[in-house]
Design a protein around this ligand. Sequence first.
Ligand code: FEO
Length: 398
Amino acid sequence: MAVLQIKDNVFSVGVIDWDRRLFDELIPLPHGTSYNSYLIKGSEKTALIDTVYTPKLEELVLNLKEKLQIERLDYIVANHAEPDHSGSLPAILQMYPEARVLTNAKCKELLQAHLQILDDKFITVDNSTEISLGNRTLKFMISPWVHWPDTMFTHLPEDKILFTCDFMGSHMATSDLYSVNEGAVYEAAKRYYAEIMMPFRPQVKKYTEQVKNMALNGEIDLIAPSHGPLHNRPAFIIDAYTDWASDTPKPEVVIPYVTMYESTGKMVNHLVDKLMEKGIKVTPFNLIETDLGELAVALVDAAVIVLGTSMVLAGPHPVAVYAAAITNALKPKAKYLSVIGSYGWATQLGEKMDEPIKALMPALRAEMLSPVFVKGLPGEEAFKKLDNLANEIYSKLI
Ligand code: FEO
């Protein structure tokens, strides 16, 4: 990735990963990603904010050593210990043995566990620490649980930049340094929020408020995350985060489902039609075809989740079980939950498929609406029950 100047003597030196298509062996990356790293040259000292994913070390080294000709690095700020940002830290410390790692106590512990960095390489910081680079200062905001317990933000007050690492970032490979295409960045940032930040909504709300106050007080005019474009209009991402993390869901229904012989599919289609006729926004996700990230995005706003499942052996289809486990982990703010589906032969268990699904979702504090199950193909009686479920959903939402 090119070295790009952000402000006088502040550079973007990270790497774009155009080709990566999966993160954590779980999260699809339809638009690639980037590992942003920033170099700050003060009048006396030089600091690097975060490093990059280990396979991209060579590009970071090229940016520092050849393009910017950095011979001495005094500090490396580690805002977060996850290896997509810290993986290259040991190699950079070897290249610049005089450098000290600035990080909080929790992040230090995790960096030592993951990368076996020696104790004397660290300077531990907290909210009151100020590190002078000469004509510039580094300040720190310890901000745990967005999304690890170690996370923090770094503030460069003279330049009004807040380096937020994962927070307010997006998995997006683009040559745009800034969020110039706000529509595209909004979609990517919402997906990132859904996949990474949503389980930590109380913390997200708290830090979004803090960042908002900093922007309103004129302390920052640039938010520089460690994935995706930088936000030179902070209100754009602050407003988006405020909306996504709010407690109030929107009157929307999400139906993740799996169907083996189309019976559950017919039930889903019927329910979708009935909800549409009532003017309710509804999105079905065929779990065999869908991108999990798109489902996660839909869960950000939805008030109702209806899980559709066929039966395999004596319980819900394993794909539905997987979706329930993922949904539980993401902790969406949905207020209502239901389960519908078709079973083949095990009537007693088939009529209770909601119970194992509900047991998989203890983190959802959702009210259970009437489940609907049918043996084999849905007929008039099953469709009537689905109509009743649609009415129940309508009465809850409107
Ligand atoms: Fe981008 Fe939590 O690392």
